[in-house]
Design a binder for this molecule. Structure first.
Ligand code: NAP
Length: 349
């Protein structure tokens, strides 16, 4: 079958880039034709992503060769570190009608907010307004019309999706929101640093930016509320588990919480509620979601302190990055939203 759209990935040797290659290699409508890496130019993609042996025959090209090699792309995914995406974005816009950027460079609608949280000047403020925040569960109709999509951060995804219905429907009674996230090491990307060295990383439960984490900016942008967010690095490669404390004054009962969730997510392909009374899997669990584009949500109410505790889990590299980017590009291209994303999780794992 001839696939309808031709796509390239800029930054395809990294962790999110590798997941994009994996998902697009199996995509029914998108043909992955180009993948870039500066350090691995000329090497087979499978040398860096060995899980794709026998599945991909692509070799990395240097990002500067992309315009020479491809003049008629339909989709470009950029999976570069923040700061680098905005530096090169002008060049990519001439390559393709549709761009999905996985970095933080175009996620915040106000350039001043970006500069405040990221501590660097925005190099292409004129392009910023043209990007839509790529969270399909909340911005589906805008994404369907979009040319340029800024895919959300991983911990932001795990906070915004469960909180959005609660803030929208029950927001008036909320006194405070505290998000405590446990995050796998792949969230830090493929480039090593002292904290990722095995003896330093293994076995840790490590506070990482307990105050002032940059993803707070997009969480607050989407929810329109102050949110206290503290992530921790834990002993996982993939996955995020967020425990979200919503403190109320005269808070809701379980029926009202379910009503809010149902109103927003009843028909969502990738939102799965966990509502079991017994057993070890009665709450969301990131390891069951490895490789999937699913977000799991569960909750309990504590009457004693008028608190709703929501648990949410995702795979940071899929629903938190590459899967969500493909979900958005499916919408923008008019394809079924779950095309290429129907993988079921593993158990045991
Ligand atoms: N990891 C996650 O869970 C996650 C989730 C959501 C969003 N994100 C965001 O997605 C982006 C990519 O993350 P990642 O984890 O995949 O990072 P990564 O593993 O460090 O990969 C970065 C990629 O960018 C390329 N690159 C780096 N500097 C470049 C430059 N100056 N010019 C061209 N290419 C360059 C690298 O290849 P070469 O150096 O060989 O060119 C590599 O392919 C980041 O902005 C990150 O914040 C990450």
């Amino acid at each position: 079958m001839t696939k309808a759209k031709r796509a390239a990935i800029v930054g395809g040797s990294g962790y999110t880039g590798g997941e994009l290659v994996r998902i697009l290699t199996n995509h029914p409508y998108i043909d992955l034709v180009g993948v870039t890496s500066r350090k691995n130019k000329g090497r087979s993609v499978t040398k860096i992503h060995p899980n794709l042996r026998d599945k991909s025959d692509l070799s990395f090209i240097h990002p500067e060769e992309l315009p020479e090699e491809f003049s008629n792309l339909d989709l470009v995914f950029t999976a570069l570190p923040h700061g680098r995406s905005m530096e090169f974005m002008g060049d990519y816009l001439t390559l393709s009608d549709k761009i999905v950027d996985l970095s933080a460079d175009f996620r915040l609608s106000e350039v001043e907010e970006y500069e405040k949280w990221y501590g660097i000047e925005h190099e292409t403020p004129d392009l910023n307004d043209q990007f839509v925040y790529g969270l399909p569960e909340i911005h589906r109709s805008e994404i369907e019309e979009a040319s340029y999509i800024a895919s959300p951060g991983c911990t932001a995804t795990a906070a915004i999706i469960p909180l959005y219905p609660i803030v929208s429907e029950l927001g008036e009674g909320i006194v405070k929101i505290v998000v405590d996230s446990k995050v796998g090491s792949s969230a830090g990307g493929a480039t090593e640093n002292p904290g990722s060295h095995h003896p330093e990383r293994t076995g840790v439960v490590r506070s990482y930016k307990p105050t002032g984490h940059r993803h707070t900016a997009e969480i607050e942008q989407e929810l329109g509320k102050i949110v206290s967010f503290s992530p921790h690095g834990v002993e996982m490669v993939r996955g995020i588990l967020s425990t979200i404390h919503v403190l109320f004054e005269n808070g809701p009962g379980p029926g009202e919480v379910w009503k809010a969730f149902r109103k927003h997510y009843q028909d969502e392909e990738f939102v799965r509620f966990v509502n079991e009374r017994k057993g070890i899997y009665r709450y969301p669990e990131p390891k069951l979601l490895n490789g999937t584009n699913t977000v799991e949500i569960g909750f309990e109410l504590s009457k004693r302190d008028d608190r709703l505790v929501i648990m949410s889990a995702i795979d940071n590299l899929v629903k938190g990055a590459a899967g969500q980017a493909v979900q958005s590009s499916n919408l923008a291209c008019g394809y079924p939203e779950k095309a290429g994303l129907e993988r079921i999780g593993l158990h045991p794992i």
